[in-house]
Design a protein around this ligand. Structure first.
Ligand SMILES: [Zn+2]
Length: 70
């Protein structure tokens, strides 16, 4: 019945919490920085909502947040 995932329950929970919390926050898709009050980042005016980012990018942002907070 196992699906091969080896995430610990703690990581999974945090990931889901962040996913829900960040879903509507806009990020620069190039450097993965929160848009905040910026109009342009990385010389582009492209910003993408967290939920629209690739899983890899979402994971990167969450890992950065976890490092910053713990
Ligand atoms: Zn940027």
């Amino acid at each position: 019945m196992g699906n091969g995932l080896r995430e610990t329950p703690l990581m999974k929970t945090l990931f889901q919490i962040y996913l829900e919390e960040f879903s509507d926050i806009q990020y620069c898709p190039y450097c993965l920085t929160i848009k905040g009050n910026r109009i342009v980042c990385c010389q582009e005016a492209d910003f993408i909502e967290f939920k629209e980012l690739d899983l890899d990018q979402q994971t990167q942002i969450i890992e950065d947040e976890l490092e910053a907070n713990f």
